[in-house]
Design a protein around this ligand. Sequence first.
Ligand code: ADP
Ligand code: MG
Length: 275
Amino acid sequence: MAIGNQQTTSICLINQKGGCGKSSTCFHLAGAFAALGQRVLLVDADPQGSISQAFFGSDAVEQMPAWETLAALFDDRCNHIDPYSLIRETHVDGISVLPANQHLAEFNSPCPERGGVMQYALRDFLEPLSSFDVVLFDCPPNLYQCSWNAMIATQYVLIPIPPEDFGTQGIPAVHQAVTNARILNPSLRRLGHLITRSDRRMLVHQEYESRLRDLYGELVLNTTIPERSAFKVALACRQPVQMHAVKSMAAARTRELVDEIIERINNRKLHKEAA
Ligand SMILES: Nc1ncnc2c1ncn2[C@@H]1O[C@H](COP(=O)(O)OP(=O)(O)O)[C@@H](O)[C@H]1O
Ligand SMILES: [Mg+2]
């Protein structure tokens, strides 16, 4: 299955809010890509280590030394380490993880533009990698060095937004960060806004969704990710919903999301409009 004209497709999920479903969407999206036979690398760019914990458990992740995590890419003391040894296979076929934990926090500076060569750490790490079809970046709930690094390294950004007041605040700052990152990564494209954790039975969610669609038009993906316990249950079982509950509505929506992402990337017109 072709996605665009690049050998590897990279997508970074960002928003400066916590609880938007960035990590959850990243985790389940990886499963849906893997179920299509794509080789997926999940880059855990968040010191909270949610993606790493989802696969390896919180105890194991907390105990990982810095030199076995993404922090090693930022840390001069780890220059002797083969960076590719950091990538771990998971128990899910087709999914590998570049893990992170609390050791990443000290490198997540709020002034990323002053980071010098550090700004390119993830880009330089990923550029020679050809063994993955899809790279997904899970970012922290801020636009600091880790999110900045991911935006410099990726082709596309996807912005998960819950259709509520707190969820929709701060979107202009996210757009500004993408614009700023384009100075260092001119080919960076906005894949769009993804409405997450949506409950269409709630009037307030319907209203926020239509407001977002009025404001941002085609930049809002047609697919929405509903609030569904199947996502949480699958996560608790350390399985993407595509593997854990393939017949659930949650899995169906995640598949639709993958289809729409592929369609957007392959559709050059929309690709330009979303630029
Ligand atoms: N679509 C969803 N349906 C049900 N629960 C969800 C959904 N998306 C996220 N969650 C849950 O909400 C919490 C916060 O989501 P998370 O993905 O960690 O947000 P973020 O990474 O943006 O901080 C987690 O417990 C997660 O399992
Ligand atoms: Mg998260």
